[in-house]
Design a binder for this molecule. Sequence first.
Ligand code: DC
Length: 237
Amino acid sequence: MDHTAHSPRTGTTVGLVIAVDGTSGSGKSSTSRGVATRLGLRYLDTGAMFRAMTWWLLREGVDVHDAVAVARRCGEPDILSGTDPQAPTITVDGVDVAVEIRGDAVNAAVSPVSAVPEVRRRLLELQRVVIEQETRTGGIVVEGRDIGSVVAPDAPVKVYLSADPEARAVRRAAEQGVSDLAATQESLLARDRIDSGRATAPLVMADGAVHIDTTPYSLEEVIALVVDLVADAEARA
Ligand code: DC
């Protein structure tokens, strides 16, 4: 990877990948989009891709707890991610599913779907194509669970975000406009258990990742911390 060329468009390093991993509700999306916007980079939400796959499987009537059935069908949907950090998009076979993928049905089914190795392999290919395309002319912030460990292990900046369960539930409930904090927290923790315990590409802190516990910080403060890490990495390159 060439860390010396700079994009005439943004001034940032061409080929720069910033990997942002962490638990649900730790502030990954807001932080990643904020950093990408500040630095003129593109943005990829890999969680949205797993959600889009899950939405499609549910719509097709596939039993999401039947790993064999999921594996058999997961090559079929055409999943496309738009990478503008201020207006990210996600479509399945040309249908905009941005709203549907945040619903309860997908929330409840996405972790078992994400644990199926064939699903991960398929989405890894799609993720690498986007990263390859976007880093040819600039850089990209990629958020997920296995970005620093599997998707982009050579990323020069890796961040692992966490937050206390109570803080995460408050943030997620506010985002989704729901009032049952206990249920929101239980749903987050249930997904954490599956995401961290699965055999293939579990949620882990990648080698070289900087851990930021976002609980005491505002969003702007976390964005500033990550922007500083990028500046440090660029100064070292
Ligand atoms: O970030 P999110 O909550 O939208 O992610 C939804 C689910 O997708 C999450 O429970 C685990 C899975 N996921 C994954 O397994 N690997 C990724 N790189 C991103 C998300």
